[in-house]
Design a protein around this ligand. Structure first.
Ligand SMILES: [Zn+2]
Length: 233
């Protein structure tokens, strides 16, 4: 058995651990990120403010129209009440009523516009509220799935770590140190399997002599190109 056999098994375990750790970090990032929900909440708040303002404007326009109607009623009761006899005064009153009614028509038009705007704002608010509910439900489902995946990955990680301890026990301390150093230098991959006469990590072709050593030698054999430990079955 070659010197690199134990390290090759260790490398396989470490690569799986590495893979799981990357996925766990990604899951945590997704769970921590509530940007989508905050956006939906902002939209609801903005729609609430808009609706509130428009309702106030509508109320104001209703009051304006109502007050105008009262003014008209007062002028009409003066006109028809019999208390005014002077023809000039009666004529003035009639002219006032015409102008008051003209203004009332304007006010009523504004009132209608305000009502339509309020209705639009109310339906926008309804949509925003429905949207946040949908977002909550969807994220809830997604998060539950992620939490399930997270606990299953944690279990895998635990068993890989005990597998790692067992594998490490079978490797000579000096070889282990060389392995750990190389892993740091070579982005996590210290051992490359020889495959189709080439280094499985960097792809450069290997001489038959090197391949033979990798298969048999008691010393570690390194890839001449990338410097990784070579393992050949
Ligand atoms: Zn290589």
């Amino acid at each position: 058995m070659s010197a690199s056999f134990g390290l090759f098994r260790l490398q396989q375990v470490d690569s799986r651990i590495n893979h799981i750790e990357i996925r766990l970090a990604k899951i945590q990032e997704i769970l921590d990120n509530d940007a989508e929900l905050r956006d939906a909440l902002e939209q609801v708040k903005a729609a609430e403010v808009e609706q509130h303002d428009l309702e106030r404007a509508q109320q104001k326009s209703e009051e304006d129209a109502h007050n105008q109607q009262i003014k008209i009623q007062q002028a009409e009761s003066s006109l028809y009440g019999g208390s005014v006899h002077n023809p000039k005064e009666l004529q003035d009153l009639q002219a006032d009523i015409v102008s008051l009614k003209k203004h009332l028509a304007n006010l009523e038009e504004r009132e209608l516009e305000a009502m339509l705007k309020t209705e639009t704002a109310q339906s926008a608010l309804k949509t925003a509220r429905a949207n946040i509910e949908k977002t909550r439900t969807r994220l809830g489902g997604e998060h539950r799935q992620l939490l399930d995946e997270q606990s299953s990955l944690m279990r895998d990680l635990e068993s890989l770590q005990s597998e790692r301890r067992a594998t490490t026990n079978e490797v000579v301390t000096e070889l282990l140190a060389a392995y750990e150093d190389l892993r740091k230098e070579r982005r996590g991959i210290a051992v490359a399997e020889v495959s189709e006469n080439s280094c499985g990590a960097c792809g450069s072709s290997l001489s038959p002599a090197i391949q033979q050593s990798a298969r048999r030698a008691a010393q570690l054999v390194y890839c001449p190109s990338c410097g990784r430990i070579l393992y050949a079955s």
